[in-house]
Ligand binder design. Structure first.
Ligand SMILES: Cc1cc2nc3c(=O)[nH]c(=O)nc-3n(C[C@H](O)[C@H](O)[C@H](O)COP(=O)(O)OP(=O)(O)OC[C@H]3O[C@@H](n4cnc5c(N)ncnc54)[C@H](O)[C@@H]3O)c2cc1C
Length: 181
């Protein structure tokens, strides 16, 4: 939940706002949600006001990246580097088409080219270095909205709750059905 924290020990403005609500007695935490003030609310009241089901034990990530090709892994590197809890779901092994490329000759900075498998392994390590979790063998079957959250469902009947989904399912070669193609 994104929120702004005001510390009554250091902020004159925060103390004044609390005094407006509670009179002379400072009671913290005071939580303001869409203009409504809750003074030292019990946890169940807070969860209910935020629309969170406390019995929901499904894992939560700030961002779920559908697939682990070069696009997905690069995105995961950036989101996790910004401290967003990130999960990458890949139906096969990471790397996408790049994993089956013998040598990539046009990647900027690699003047002698780089093997596809090595490139992918490096991307994978780099994303995990910043904290991204990568799940392989997990095919995404669908995404649905539940209130302010998104639920990502996989073919293996796993459900993940998140705020943001990035889909980077890449492309595959269409075959024409010609003998010997
Ligand atoms: C033989 C070959 C050689 C190539 N050589 C070069 C080259 O030299 N230079 C160059 O620039 N480019 C090259 N390319 C192209 C390059 O590999 C692609 O542009 C690049 O991989 C695209 O990355 P991507 O992450 O967008 O998609 P992809 O690599 O296509 O990855 C998509 C991923 O999505 C996964 N996926 C799809 N649907 C789901 C789902 N529902 N749930 C979970 N996962 C899912 C797939 O398993 C796959 O791993 C080559 C491609 C091939 C095949």
């Amino acid at each position: 939940m994104p929120y702004v924290f005001h510390d009554v020990d250091v902020s004159e403005e925060a103390r004044a706002r609390i005094a407006e609500v509670g009179g002379r007695r400072v009671r913290i935490p005071t939580v303001e949600i869409d203009g409504e003030l809750l003074v030292d609310p019990p946890l169940d009241q807070l969860l209910s006001r935020l629309g969170i089901d406390a019995a929901d034990r499904r894992p939560y990530y700030d961002a779920v990246i559908v697939v682990g090709g070069p696009t997905g892994l690069t995105a995961a590197m950036y989101t996790s580097r910004e401290s967003l809890d990130t999960l990458v779901l890949e139906r096969a092994g990471v790397g996408g088409q790049a994993a089956i490329t013998q040598i990539i000759e046009n990647f900027p900075g690699f003047d002698e080219g780089i093997g596809g498998a090595e490139f992918v392994a490096r991307l994978h390590r780099q994303a995990e270095k910043f904290g991204a979790e990568v799940m392989q063998g997990e095919e995404v079957a669908g995404v649905r909205r539940e209130g302010q959250f998104l639920v990502v469902a996989t073919v293996n009947r796993r459900e993940i709750v998140t705020r943001a989904v990035l889909v980077a399912t890449g492309s595959r070669y269409r075959e024409m059905g010609i003998p010997g193609e």
